[in-house]
Design a protein around this ligand. Structure first.
Ligand SMILES: [Zn+2]
Length: 153
């Protein structure tokens, strides 16, 4: 079993057992997404919005910024300089260079979990599933880069 398959199973098992054990200390608080109103675990809300709304917005921005972003990422790679890439990586994880390794790890786990195909709402339209897959890869790449730079084990 690949790491990601087993990781996903672990996450799903935890999500279900959290539900069964509603009074457990690890049960996360839920709040409504401020855009669509869906109840969402607090740690999965980003600026008050759920994954679905963020993916929607990302899709729109993507269409607008597609060429600009391609150009920028090519430039960053061509320069052989990681400094731009690392800023982007922190931005993707919603972290800052001053955050602790633990904070970054925690943020990564939340993001990678909510973008995982098995965590997505069942009625999510295809184009948002694709956006989530793309986001999954982005988050993974961003974390890999940060981990490499900070030598997180
Ligand atoms: Zn929402």
């Amino acid at each position: 079993m690949s790491f990601w398959t087993s990781f996903a199973k672990h996450v799903i098992l935890r999500v279900f057992s959290d539900g069964d054990n509603a009074r457990g200390p690890e049960r996360s608080e839920e709040r409504p997404c401020r855009q669509c109103g869906r109840m969402t675990p607090v740690e999965a809300l980003w600026e008050g919005r759920c994954i679905r709304c963020r993916l929607e917005q990302e899709q729109q921005q993507d269409r607008q910024n597609h060429q600009k972003r391609q150009y920028e990422s090519r430039g960053a790679r061509a320069s052989g300089n990681n400094s731009q890439g690392i800023d982007e990586a922190y931005r993707i994880l919603g972290c800052q260079a001053s955050d602790s390794d633990d904070e970054i790890k925690k943020k990564f786990r939340v993001l990678i979990k909510e973008c995982h195909v098995d965590s997505l709402p069942k009625d999510l339209p295809d184009y948002l599933v694709k956006a989530a897959n793309k986001r999954f890869n982005e988050v993974q790449e961003a974390y890999d880069l940060i981990r490499q730079v900070r030598k997180i084990t």
